[in-house]
Design a binder for this molecule. Structure first.
Ligand code: MN
Length: 353
């Protein structure tokens, strides 16, 4: 990973002598550090990582660009000293991550002006470089394999939690550090819950089973949803399935660089409305995926980001009808040469187990 290029880009983007970074995902992006606790202080000719004794050795391996400091009680003493020695009177900070309490403590102890940087680093993270896309491809591949594996496992009498455990176990056996979020397994009427975390419900004959899961691999996430049928679906469920699939394919084929997230969202949304299910697709069409499972850009009616090459996001239309069930199908795409390169390889055709 080219951390130096990222640091320089951040320094150039902000008209500040120093930026304080605390959000773990942003720390990893800018330094390679994967521990849970650290603070970065970044500026022109300033690359400092402050952590505690649990992580000092790890940081020295992972972050060769940085000067590593180990704190005993609080990193604030180091921060204050460094800023004072460099005569820095104003620093940027992640206002969307720091709590009110922490902000007050920093203000009080380090005694410099603190300028909110909003989502500057998150916005940089929208566009992935080749190294990142290669890792994401592997995270997607692990999830693809897990889907194929789970088809033999889903049977009437098996609990949703057993399905989620099997998916997660398989992904870990195949190189994942863990799931990228709490695995969703929603069967039968629970399938109308778009985010139904696996419950103790037994899968029954006639159920639809929606599984939404992903792998965390080398710090990057994948995200996939597939809906399968245990025994034949009725005609309405079939119509719902093909409507969702049609919306997904249309959005993937038509999405083009230069469109805003909301313009991609409307492609799938109009398709679903025309099929008569307009009231049953409540969430946005997709979201960026990377170090975080949900990141920028938003592909929803509120998505103002313009899609460009290098952006990686999901396309996941769904239709959910209370007391009946639901269908969602989700792929991940990476924008390349102005169009959506589909990363997800798992089968999309209707599967009846
Ligand atoms: Mn998703």
């Amino acid at each position: 990973m080219n951390y130096e290029r990222r640091i320089e880009k951040l320094v150039n983007e902000l008209d500040l002598s120093a930026v304080l970074v605390k959000k773990p995902e942003n720390i990893m992006y800018l330094s390679g550090f994967t521990g849970s606790e650290a603070v970065l202080l970044i500026g022109e000719n300033l690359r400092v990582l402050i952590t505690d004794s649990r992580y000092t050795e790890q940081a020295s391996y992972q972050c060769p660009l940085y000067e590593i400091h180990e704190y005993k009680v609080s990193p604030l003493v180091f921060i204050k000293d460094i800023l004072f020695s460099k005569a820095i009177k104003k620093i940027g900070f992640e206002d969307r991550y720091m709590t009110f309490n922490q902000y007050n403590e920093y203000r009080e102890k380090i005694k410099v002006e603190m300028v909110p940087i909003g989502r500057t680093i998150e916005a940089m993270r929208r566009v992935k470089d080749e190294d990142e896309i290669e890792i994401i491809r592997k995270a997607v591949k692990i999830a693809d394999m897990a889907f194929e594996h789970i088809l033999d496992y889903i049977k009437p009498g098996v609990r949703e939690t057993e399905v989620s455990a099997e998916l997660e176990y398989f992904m870990k056996k195949n190189g994942a550090l863990g799931p990228s979020f709490n695995t969703i397994v929603a069967s039968g009427s629970r399938a109308s819950l778009p985010h139904g975390i696996a419950s103790e419900k037994l899968i029954e004959s006639g159920d639809t089973v929606t599984m939404d899961f992903g792998a965390l691999y080398k710090g990057y996430c994948s995200d996939i949803t597939r809906t399968v049928f245990v025994n034949k679906p009725d005609d309405e469920m079939k119509k719902i399935y093909y409507t969702v699939l049609g919306a997904l394919e249309l959005a993937k084929e038509t999405a083009a660089a230069g469109m805003k997230g909301k313009q991609i969202d409307i492609l799938a949304r109009e398709y679903i409305i025309k099929a008569g299910f307009g009231g049953y697709f409540g969430h946005g069409l997709g979201h960026g995926v990377g170090i975080e499972i949900h990141e920028m850009p938003r592909i929803s009616p509120h998505g103002e980001s313009v899609v460009t090459d290098g952006m990686v996001f999901t396309i996941e239309p769904g239709i959910y009808i209370s007391n009946k069930g639901g269908v969602r199908i989700e792929d991940m795409v990476a924008f390349k040469d102005g169009t959506a390169d589909v990363l997800t390889g798992a089968r999309r055709e209707m599967i009846i187990l």
